[in-house]
Write a protein of this length. Sequence first.
Length: 425
Amino acid sequence: SLHNSPCLRAMAAELPLAGVRVLELSIAIAAPSAGQVLGDYGADVVKVEPPSGDTQRYMVSGLGKEDPDPYKNSPHFYSVNRGKRSVILDLKSKAGMTAIHALLSKSDVFLSSYRYESLQRLGLDGESLLRSYPRLVICPMTGWGMEGPDAGKPVYDVAGFWARSGAAAAHTDAGGYPAVLAPGFGDMATGLAAVGGICAALLGRERSGKGCVLTTSLLRAGLHCNAWAMSSYFAFGRVVKWGERDRTGNPLATVYKAKDDTTFWIIGFESARHWPTTVRAVDRPSWLDDPCYKTPRDRRKNEKQLVKGLDAIFATKTRGEWAAIFDAEGLWWAPVLDASEAAVDAQAAAAGSFVDCPVSEKAKATGRSSVTMVAAPVDFLGTRPGAKRPTPELGEHSQEIIDELGLDDKTRADLLAQSKPKCKL
């Protein structure tokens, strides 16, 4: 295993962000997911929560349901907050603001998804913070961007990342409805954008000695991910759509169903190259000389007809049977897996996609000793990124963190008095 290589272990004795402290003031998914990845890469992430906690603690399955047991019923919160330390601070109080500035003075990165107007009212906006902490890397994450007529509007990722970016319209079905985006999908992509920017800013600080303000938004990340459609429009004035499987423009790059009702994607994006392989796999040699299918342009012109023909052929065998044929012929393809199948997929496991994380003492009381989560998407070979501590209960580390700040006795007492969780339920 590359992870166990003595040479690589010696070269990567610790994770690259070891010694970096991230102060996270955020809710929901986008910014917390960025903090989680930074923590997996070695950073000490301190999550500041109000007495009522991050609202995501009480959300279940993206349906808005609430429950007082966040470990049992909020896997989404747990998956993007593992490995952090949680401190309760009431930022409406003098003691709370004293504490957050003490934390800022000891931090390398400030990450927040609070509305920027709220950060400005608290004096935690980028310009104010750089004056006081010139080496700080500051990353406010927004929905719509920092400026513009709608910058202050409320948003979730389905609105900013998916709907307004053009991505939803590019995936529209025959009835004219865009595909519904899974909860958190755009948040996670935007979180990764923030991680990349923060790491670049930390590298820049090593060279210049100066911090900076960087930002990303759901809208910007959505447009970035929708670059194929946008570039087609900018170059050719074409508005492309992929929501219907028989109008992708290439019937060798779409989804099909097998006899056992399972689905798979064939991925012959280089149509001229992959056409002979496809013909061999489906045993239709006459199609090579069929004028309807002879060139990529012919196949695009007769796409619906060809998809219908392939549908009839693929319905004659199970996905497992087709898999053997595809692999023997060298046809490029992939199975369409649901979560239960992806969780036990041998290739996903071999690629390091999952990590067993420790659980809190509260969770241990239910019989759990660890919980499986999706790993951060990058490995540093020779090390094992992942949470070294459980996802924190609300305010679990309040006293520990407050004691680290060296504050006067009265401020410390005020903070400890405020640090009791106040569940909204």
